[in-house]
Design a protein around this ligand. Structure first.
Ligand code: SF4
Ligand code: SF4
Length: 344
């Protein structure tokens, strides 16, 4: 018997524009589940308790991974990539005469023995499989980034309810850029607001306006970074121009007149530590009714972390601001406007 002829392919009939196509319903329900806020998950790299510098009162800060800027002075370089990543601190390595576990497990031969008999990681070969970190008994090899749900994160935050009620504190989202993981961040803020937790974010403002606008509905206060009023210079030191950042800040002020907004400028030697730069930002802040302005002095506290993740600190060799310089620049800012407030 001759084999049956293959059935001709018949396209499914088209669905009239605007009609509900039931053929895709199951598929959509399976692939695009709408999670309740508490089940949303995100990638964080630290949850820090008892902070008193990042919003009113005593606060818990959740640091989220991911950022669209690449500021040369970033003190949290482990925050920038939106994935879990390997970190190696050679000071903790036991030495290969006592332990060789990482050498044995690395599938990419990214680990070798250095002159001091400790291991050396070649990050250009590493693909962040993280097997070596799992094997390391001394935490010399470690991981930046872990997944948490909104419920898990807020459980940590709520452990300190008693401090918040006495001090006016609460939750601060930081990073990285906390709104970079927009769904998770918004779910966190919504749920925190539902639970009457005071909320604050530290943002670089380089996010879609719709995300910032939605966040504004659930926020009590915002720290908003403006690094330079000059877009070309901003692009040179962060990788991105400042147009969206300034526009978002204007819109945020207009949309939420009651929101406490503090504009912050990290003052970086050779970038914005001159009167004209600070004066230009202060002038912009003065166009935002009720906003306050703070200057933060450059520091180098994050530099060891660059080495841990196989990077070189972009501002190597740049020293601190000269003694008294930050006070001079605060005076410049204050002279521009009554609204300007010096940071402590
Ligand atoms: S994380 Fe990198 S260095 Fe470690 S085992 Fe995987 S590939 Fe090797
Ligand atoms: S597993 Fe850890 S302690 Fe052992 S050699 Fe590797 S880095 Fe050092």
């Amino acid at each position: 018997m001759a084999p049956a002829a293959p059935q001709a392919f018949r396209p499914r009939p088209a669905v009239a524009a605007g009609a509900f196509d039931t053929r895709n319903r199951l598929h959509k329900e399976k692939t695009l589940p709408t999670l309740p806020d508490t089940k949303q998950k995100g990638l964080v790299f630290n949850i820090q308790k008892y902070s008193v510098h990042d919003g009113p009162g005593i606060r818990t800060i959740i640091f989220l991974k991911g950022c669209s800027l690449r500021c040369d002075w970033c003190s949290n370089p482990e925050s920038q990539a939106l994935h879990r990543q390997l970190a190696y601190n050679p000071q903790k390595c036991l030495g290969v005469d006592a332990c060789k576990r990482c050498l044995d497990v690395c599938p990419h031969k990214a680990i070798s023995v250095g002159e001091d008999r400790k291991v050396v990681v070649d990050f250009t070969r590493c693909d962040n499989c993280l097997q070596c970190a799992e094997a390391c008994p001394a935490d010399a090899l470690n991981v930046y980034g872990y997944e948490v749900s909104v419920e898990q994160a807020l459980a940590r935050v709520e452990e300190d309810d008693i401090f918040y009620s006495r001090s006016g504190g609460g939750l601060t989202l930081s990073g990285g850029e906390p709104l970079y993981q927009s769904e998770f961040a918004l779910a966190l803020l919504r749920e925190a607001r539902k639970r009457r937790i005071n909320t604050c974010i530290e943002t670089c403002g380089n996010v879609p306006w719709e995300v910032l606008k939605e966040a504004g509905r659930y926020l009590d206060s915002v720290f908003y970074d403006v690094k330079s009023a000059d877009s070309a210079r901003h692009a040179r030191v962060t990788g991105t121009g400042n147009e969206r950042i300034l526009e978002n800040l204007r819109k945020l002020r207009e949309a939420y007149p009651g929101l406490a907004i503090t504009v912050r400028t990290p003052v970086i030697p050779g970038v914005n530590d001159d009167e004209a730069s600070i004066g230009a930002i202060a002038d912009f802040v003065c166009t935002l009714p009720g906003a306050t302005y703070e200057l933060l002095a450059y520091h180098r506290m994050g530099t060891p972390k660059y080495g841990y993740i196989g990077r070189t600190y972009p501002l190597e060799g740049v020293g601190n601001l000269p003694e008294g310089r930050i006070e001079e620049l605060r005076a410049v800012a204050k002279a521009r406007a009554e609204c300007c407030q010096a940071a402590n």
